[in-house]
Design a protein around this ligand. Sequence first.
Ligand code: PLP
Length: 403
Amino acid sequence: MNFEEFFAERLQTLKSAGDYRIFAELERCAGDFPRARRHADGAVEDVTVWCSNDYMGMGQHPEVLAAMKAAIDQHGAGAGGTRNISGTNHLHILLERALADLHGKQAALIFTSGYVANMTALSTLAAKTPDCIVYSDALNHNSMIEGLRHSRAEKRIFKHNDAADLDRLMAADDPARPKLVMFESVYSMDGDVAPLDEILSVCEAHGALSYLDEVHAVGMYGPRGGGVAEREGVMDRVSVIQGTLAKAFGVIGGYVAASANTIDFIRSFGAGFIFTTALPPAVAAGALKSVEIVKQAPELRARHQERAARLKQKLRAAGLPVMPSECHIVPVLVGDPIACRRASDLLLERHAIYVQPINYPTVAHGTERLRLTPTPFHTDAQMDALTAALCDVWRDLDLQHAA
Ligand code: PLP
């Protein structure tokens, strides 16, 4: 096998399909978010970022930065090992307590990312529970799917956000077998929200463990930012809530929150927890500060929602095809991979606006889109500039407007 030729050929296939990923080389500017500096061909220019998952700009919050700097001075750079060798630090414990409190659970466990949290928790729960059947929403994130695959548990895929389909599938299985249902609250590519009450009622009727990924909701929904489950008053009915420290909390890391026994089970059997070095104490300090601030910042959540509504309104008024999102995520349909890549390139080159194209396999063929994430820091003037730039690009590429 000639590996070089094989790799080059496969990459060329991606490029021809318009699905090859190109990343802008950015320097985030703390204090000036969503502005960033872009490096290209030896030159540097200022751009406005419209696709960051630092949803609430916490990645530049002065108190978060101060907490991280202080922790580096006090505790050094790394954690010193895996948690069970010598890597459990006081700050890890404080962060886990703060997260358990955020979700009204007995305990929480942190991981090096949200991806690792899903992969580890789901593979552990599904693999170590004898004879378990896992029911997975059709649009679940790759990290959940990989956790399930790794577990080798039997699986059923239920129609997206369809509690009746879930009920039908569960009713067809042996009532005595243990069941685990995995789903998300906010689906981040379409911006739609799961019917939590309905899905949880089905879980309860069949005695299933419910596992809810709130990665795109924690910090942003509910009176204290506990997520959609908090907003809808159902947090206590969810068996395991999973979240990230990398999006609304602006740092990095992931976690699960659940009963003390569930968390101890994942801690004791989860390879992705046991066999990898713990988060640096400074990261835990930054995340802890961010969680503490966000818990008490309903005005930040309100401003975030207001900015998202405002952007949707402006884009719709300009006739742009905004997809029907129910949350802070604003997808604009392009419907073709090459045009989507080209639209993103034109926005960057002509208008100094950075929005990544979202193509297959992140979304289905024919539904390629630009995914905009307005934050509390995006101004009206920046929204107007974005709207004008999108109209220019839509005209130039002869893209579809809203029906
Ligand atoms: N779950 C969902 C639904 C996601 O969209 C993502 C990442 O975007 C993750 C989990 C992984 O989270 P993290 O970025 O913290 O690894």
